[in-house]
Design a protein around this ligand. Structure first.
Ligand code: PLP
Length: 658
């Protein structure tokens, strides 16, 4: 394993003193065990310090002498700004909150300084005159060790290495059932010995319990909360799909109002059914040229918050699958002013805390809850997610009951370990890796555009008209490419990339491809993709006619609570009549299921919603489309595609919303 480097930056404006400090500290680092590769480097100005902190991802900690520092005035004023050491720590922390910052003070200033330094951004202080270099080194080493700790993963590894005989679940018993099997040992060899040895269960008390963590899982969650800026963090082993449902069931009693983007992930819509909430759907803006569903316009959000001040919660997705990120602070402020709790689905944004380009995160913007698919964008196994909580009124007991309702009593321990390690990696080298990812994203964009045929869509291209003034930002790690001039349909292009160039992309619309860059993206992957696109572009094929998908109909009236409608038996009615035309009898009836064409994965109907002709026309259009589209929620009665509807008698027994 490569040995890490941990640079500690010392800031002192007197070069002679600085040199002495660096010499003494580096001598201490050399003379004591140094597992994290700590080295000390010095700068005399705040400007240089901030520059280095931006450039050098190996910086892990800082020691700032308690002086006044000057910085260029951002208002263009010729006179420099004088800032205190504490103000400098705040600037540094705004840039990289994961760094440990210490302040060097004079003994006689202790009283005034220590109070002022009692802030979240400062870890502690050292007396300048003491020159206790070994003491300082030891404290920094301990701090870095604390951040780099992986309590759950360490314990899991420790347990596996103890090689205990298993008289408990799982049935494969550390892989012993498979290892020598003439039928199944291939699986054991392919997956790997340690996956089986680390596949343990709640029968091993030293590995704690995800249902009631008090040991190593609790410790790992605490470290994650600190890393992500949350009061509490919970590890979820069934993805953000479950994380969203857990929060809904905690916050929403049957009938409670919930404001939600209709474009939210299907787990959010399932959460509405489970919680019994009364949803108020907000239509998201649509980019008609590329059929990309953007965020909800700010105006719509503010109006909804104003009109539904009695709502219990608001949930939004930020950033979206296409990388569009809300200007969250004013939206959250408006919701909080009405007492509405804010949940942000950050399934695609779990890395954001670790580079300033992506911040503020939802929690930094004031959200009460954030759910993150750590597995989608950081180094965790699939299904491993985190729930971060900053709600001042958090009901821990209720949350636990709901969390446990959705959590398997046999969670996969490697997933928990991967969340622990994923957090450590994000804290220790997230900044550095994300800086590289951003660099690769810039390179990839420039190279794709240089093909002259494929074009990466910028923020202005992606934003629907009505969002132009909403201060929406684009996450550069999601790269959407316009393919309409390449001479292939999107399906043909995806197939060619897959079969001829060994490339699998993330998703597509009728005329775009979306590529996802993560901390695992390498320069050679970028080159291979560029090479493939360049070869296709050089063929100079005439553009093909591309059939666009029809825009999803706007939301219509909700007649009954989704949960009430969903739990009715209902009856099936076909979408088409005997003449193969749209079945007119569907118009005005109430749907009992959620009908979601996938892609794009946005529900066209939810349980309790009134069906219109426009909706049936859209669904039939989807069914007849050339493109393979999954139609979640459509029931096939023999060959007949049908919708489950409420019967007249069932409607009579339900309470109407409109
Ligand atoms: C916005 C959004 N939220 C939640 C989820 C569900 O996340 P997971 O796959 O971790 O269950 C997804 C999955 O694609 C998503 O796109």
């Amino acid at each position: 394993m490569k040995k890490p480097v941990s640079r500690v930056l010392v800031i002192n404006d007197e070069i002679r003193i600085l040199r002495l400090l660096i010499k003494g500290l580096n001598a201490a680092a050399k003379s004591i065990e140094n597992p994290f590769g700590i080295v000390f480097a010095g700068v005399t100005t705040a400007c240089k310090a901030l520059e280095l902190i931006e450039q050098d991802g190996d910086i892990q900690a800082l020691i700032i002498d308690d002086k006044l520092y000057s910085l260029p005035n951002e208002n263009g004023n010729a006179r420099n700004l004088q800032i205190t050491a504490l103000e400098l720590t705040q600037k540094i922390s705004a840039l990289r909150p994961e760094l440990n910052i210490y302040v060097l003070i004079a003994q006689e200033q202790e009283g005034e300084v220590v109070d002022a330094l009692f802030s979240e951004t400062v870890e502690g202080y050292f007396y300048r005159e003491e020159r206790d270099y070994r003491g300082i080194y030891r404290i920094l080493n301990a701090q870095i060790q604390e951040k780099a700790r992986t309590p759950f993963y360490d314990q899991l590894k420790h347990y596996v290495l103890m090689a205990k005989d298993a008289w408990h679940t799982p049935g494969h018993s550390s892989g012993d059932s498979l290892r020598d099997s003439p039928w199944a040992s291939d699986f054991y060899e392919f997956i790997g010995e340690h996956i089986f040895r680390a596949d343990l269960s709640v029968s091993v008390p030293m590995l704690d319990s995800l249902m009631e963590p008090t040991g190593v899982i609790a410790e790992a969650q605490k470290l994650a909360a600190r890393a992500f800026g949350a009061r509490r963090t919970f590890f979820a082993t069934n993805g953000t799909s479950t994380a969203n449902k857990v929060i809904f069931q905690t916050l929403l009693a049957p009938g409670d109002k919930l404001l939600l983007d209709r474009n939210c992930h299907k787990s959010v819509h399932h959460g509405v059914i489970l919680s019994g909430a009364h949803p108020v759907y907000l239509d998201s803006a649509v980019n008609k040229k590329f059929n990309i569903y953007g965020p909800v316009p700010k105006k719509t959000l503010f109006e909804a918050i104003e009109q539904h001040g009695d709502a219990q919660a608001l949930i939004l997705t930020s950033c979206t699958y296409d990388g569009l990120r809300y200007d969250l602070p004013p939206i959250i402020q408006a919701a909080h002013a009405k007492g509405i709790k804010v949940i942000i689905d950050e399934a695609w944004y779990g890395f954001a805390r670790f580079h300033p380009v992506f911040r503020p995160t939802a929690l930094e913007a004031g959200a009460d809850y954030a759910t993150q698919s750590t597995h989608k964008v950081l180094s965790a196994f699939s299904q491993s997610s985190m729930i971060h909580v900053n709600d001042p009124d958090f009901n821990g007991h209720l949350f636990r009951e709901n969390f446990n309702m959705h959590t398997s009593t046999s969670p996969q321990y490697s997933m928990i370990a991967s969340l622990d390690v994923g957090r450590k990696q994000a804290v220790m080298e997230g900044y550095k890796l994300l800086a590289r990812t951003l660099e690769l994203s810039r390179e990839l964009r420039a190279r794709i555009n240089a093909t002259g045929v494929f074009q990466v869509l910028g923020l202005a291209d992606l934003l629907p008209e009505e969002l132009q003034n909403d201060n929406i930002q684009l996450d550069p790690t999601k790269v959407t490419v316009d393919i309409s001039r390449c001479g292939l349909t999107v399906e043909e292009l995806i197939q060619e990339l897959f079969e001829h160039y060994n490339i699998q992309v993330e998703k597509s619309t009728f005329n775009t491809l979306t590529l996802l860059l993560t901390i695992g993206t390498t320069r050679s992957k970028v080159s291979r993709l560029y090479d493939a696109l360049m070869r296709i572009a050089r063929r100079n094929s005439a553009p093909r006619r591309i059939y666009r998908t029809v825009e999803i109909p706007r939301f219509t009236a909700l007649k009954y609570l989704p949960r009430d409608a969903f739990y009715c038996n209902g009856e099936l009615l076909p979408l088409l009549d005997e003449k193969d035309s749209i079945n007119q009898e569907l118009t005005g009836r109430v749907c009992a299921d959620q009908i979601t064409p996938y892609p794009p994965g946005i529900p066209v109907l939810v349980p309790g919603q009134v069906i219109t002709q426009e909706i049936t026309r859209y669904l039939v259009g989807m069914l007849r489309s050339q493109k393979r589209i999954e139609m979640h929620g459509i029931v096939h009665d023999g060959y007949l595609p049908c919708i489950r509807l409420l019967t007249a008698a069932e409607e009579k027994g339900l309470k109407r919303l409109v």
